[in-house]
Design a protein around this ligand. Structure first.
Ligand code: CP
Length: 329
């Protein structure tokens, strides 16, 4: 069994095959918290190679031939689930997409029993998304295959932060050290924000969050980031403007006065973007609420917005993560 290493990841026994170059390889990818700069850099460099592969005519590799990947999504997804499926298939793995809606979960089977049942079929990797923070960690302790967190509640979404970092790195042709990154919007409900805050801090970026007080979770100041409630001040001089979806489905009433008011004060428009650096990149993990957290024209601006590139990078990053976890080393 893999042994715990930190809250963010677990490492295999050092005597097992290596894949990271530091004599230990990833057993699970449960979060960014706990990863070190070297591991993140290796995953990004490996992802770069998969971008080239994905742009070529023949995208099929045999790296994971004979391995089995199961996608187990308890929450909806377009980007993450599809890109893990594509990533697995392009690496030559057998990929199963569990349909939670027609599974025995509907008869009352628990998350852990479901995971143990799938584990008995000898998959190599379980990719799991679940509404409860911490559920994916718990599951990883019960199974003996690798587990990737595809988003757990408001906790972490590590592959999203990695693909965001890859997008930034490729566009700016430099590392993340010293960049000013403004993460704007619904921080309280965002696992994307949490994973990005960890990753950007590890890589030496300056992180700001910009949000109404009701959408800033308690204790965020302990992570050493700057907190703003005014968009124009928060965006001043930013290299990267990362917008977040307003997650109304996770909210109790009263956190924002109305969607119209929210857009007026926190929606990204060209007017507000003026305060960021002239070539600041616009990012959004998707899915977007156009006209709520971002103006439609700004989102589609091919000179500024890298939102579609983020989706492309998602496949490459997931190929790199699957290779690090399940490749033969
Ligand atoms: N960014 C993201 O996780 O998108 P999906 O919910 O579509 O997977």
């Amino acid at each position: 069994m893999p042994r715990p290493y930190s809250s963010g990841l677990m490492m295999r026994d050092p005597s097992e095959p290596v894949a990271t170059g530091r004599n230990r390889r990833l057993a699970h990818l449960l979060g960014i918290e706990g990863l070190d700069r070297g591991t993140i850099t290796e995953l990004l460099t490996s992802s770069d190679r998969f971008v080239d592969c994905n742009r070529s005519e023949d995208k099929k590799l045999g790296t994971l031939r004979g391995r089995t990947l199961i996608n187990l999504f308890f929450e909806n997804s377009t980007r993450t689930r599809t890109s893990f499926e594509l990533a697995g298939k392009r690496l030559g793995a057998d990929v199963i997409n569990m349909s939670v809606g027609s599974s025995s979960i509907k008869k009352g089977e628990t998350l852990i029993d479901t995971a143990m049942t799938l584990n008995a079929m000898h998959p190599d990797v379980l990719v799991v998304r679940h509404a409860s923070s911490g559920s994916v960690h718990l599951l990883a302790e019960k199974v003996n295959c690798s587990v990737i967190n595809a988003g757990d509640g408001t906790h972490e979404h590590p592959t999203q932060a990695l693909l965001d970092a890859l997008t930034i790195r490729r566009n700016l042709e430099r590392g993340l050290e010293g960049l000013v990154v403004a993460i704007c919007g619904d921080i309280a409900h965002s696992r994307v924000a949490r994973s990005n805050i960890h990753l950007l801090a590890i890589m030496g970026a300056r992180v700001r969050v910009v949000a109404p007080p009701t959408l800033v979770p308690a204790g965020l100041d302990r992570l050493g980031i700057e907190i703003y409630h005014d968009m124009t001040r928060g965006l001043a001089g930013a290299d990267i403007v990362m917008m977040l979806r307003l997650q109304t489905e996770r909210m109790s009433a009263g956190l924002v006065p109305s969607l119209r008011e929210y857009y007026r004060f926190y929606g990204l428009t060209y007017e507000k973007l003026e305060y960021a650096k002239p070539n600041a990149l616009i990012m959004h993990p998707g899915p977007m609420n156009r006209g709520v957290e971002i103006d439609s024209e700004v989102a589609d601006d091919i000179d500024r917005s890298v939102i579609r590139q983020q989706v492309e990078m998602g496949v490459a990053v997931r190929m790199a993560c699957l290779t690090a976890l399940a490749g033969s080393g």
